[in-house]
Design a protein around this ligand. Structure first.
Ligand code: UDP
Ligand code: MG
Length: 348
């Protein structure tokens, strides 16, 4: 467990094992989450490396193989043999893009870290602009999609609705069109690493940390090879995670719903009382009885369900399981800083 987050240990305490001397950290690290992206690796490297060579002296690319079932890992090993600046961390199974990004940030050592997708939807040439803005002093430079035509109409409309909900109920405001494609200064990257949440809704976290932020508009390209790895089921899960980690409104709203229903019930009680006194009691009323019983049972089950969603998330957080498990490192040193969250792996 030497690698796991240990909050009781002061940051400056000497570590138990002497560290091997490390090479000087590069100026820029690029983190790329990869899930079955074998076909995209070569075209990505061919476009990315020249851009990086143009804008910085030293760089590293950390590919995070998120438990791919194709030959992504083999391709990454091959790429590292040709160019040792291209490195990789491979997970023991698929943990999801958000966690892959967290692992990339844990292993990146650059003064600034760029996060981008592997499928060339995020044009590598934009990194030059990101780096310029970073040199001007911005610490959180994000790409802002100007259009979403690369997504299906259904996904676009659901996305729009989600952002609307988030804007209304979320406790953090998200800049429009901002995603994972961004450059983070070391300070911002460390701030993200310090957040130990398991349910990671990065878009919310990027906005929550603040720092001098700037949006740079860009056009999302079509996916180069393969298909989107996000099914509607995955996206729904992601949206729920996002809303629930940044809002407690769904929990609190039941107080108001309950109050309104109770007041209505009181008014009805008074009405029926007066009616009984003046007109007399009438037996019929099964229909309204059944309807109201069903309605209120539904309301109760719904509020219980929402409580359950939060309790489930609390349960996942308190278990304090490692965020991810690494099965292989390619040219990357074990992350040994106190902030590291990966569980000790036996292979590397
Ligand atoms: N990805 C990942 N783990 C997953 C799903 C996706 O690392 O479980 C990576 C994927 O390889 C790609 C990036 O996340 O580099 C974005 O995925 P995708 O293009 O499928 O998403 P979309 O562009 O449709 O939002
Ligand atoms: Mg994509």
């Amino acid at each position: 467990m030497t690698d796991a987050l240990d909050t009781t240990r002061p940051i400056s305490a000497p570590s138990a094992q002497p560290l091997a001397p490390r090479a000087a950290p590069p100026q820029l690290s690029v983190v790329v989450p990869m899930y079955n992206e074998e076909a995209n690796l070569e075209p990505l490297v061919a476009r990315l490396v020249p851009v990086l060579e143009r804008c910085v002296d030293t760089f590293e690319v950390i590919f995070v193989d998120d438990g791919s079932s194709d030959a992504t890992l083999a391709a990454l090993r091959a790429v590292h043999r040709l160019d040792p600046r291209l490195r990789a961390v491979s997970f023991s199974r698929n943990f999801g893009k958000e966690i892959a990004i967290a692992a990339g940030l844990d292993h990146a050592r650059g003064d600034a870290v760029v996060i981008m997708d592997a499928d060339l939807q995020h044009p590598p040439e934009m990194i030059e602009t990101f780096v310029e803005r970073w040199r001007e002093g911005y610490q959180n430079v994000y790409g802002q999609r100007v259009d979403r035509t690369a997504d299906s109409a259904l996904r676009r409309s659901l996305t729009l609705r989600f952002y609307h909900l988030f804007e209304t109920f979320g406790e953090t405001s998200l800049p429009p069109g901002a995603g994972d494609f961004r450059l983070l200064d070391r300070s911002a990257a460390d701030a993200l690493r310090a957040m130990g949440e398991r349910a990671r809704f990065s878009k919310g976290l990027y906005a929550w940390i603040g720092y001098r932020s700037l949006g740079v508009p860009f056009e999302v390209a079509e996916r180069a090879h393969g298909q989107s790895k996000f099914s509607y089921r995955k996206l729904t899960r992601f949206a729920l995670d996002g809303l629930m980690s940044f809002s407690t409104v769904p929990l609190k709203v039941w107080t108001y719903v309950g109050t309104v229903i109770s007041i209505a019930a009181l008014i009805m009680a008074v009405y029926f009382l007066l009616r009984t006194v003046t007109v007399g009691a009438d037996v019929p009323g099964y229909a309204s009885l059944i309807v109201s019983i069903m309605f209120f049972s539904g309301v109760q089950l719904m509020s219980l369900g929402i409580l359950g969603e939060y309790v489930g998330r609390i349960f996942a957080e308190v278990k304090r399981r490692p965020l991810y498990l690494v099965s292989e490192r390619v040219g990357v040193e074990r992350d040994s800083s106190p902030l590291g969250r990966a569980a000790q792996d036996r292979t590397a």
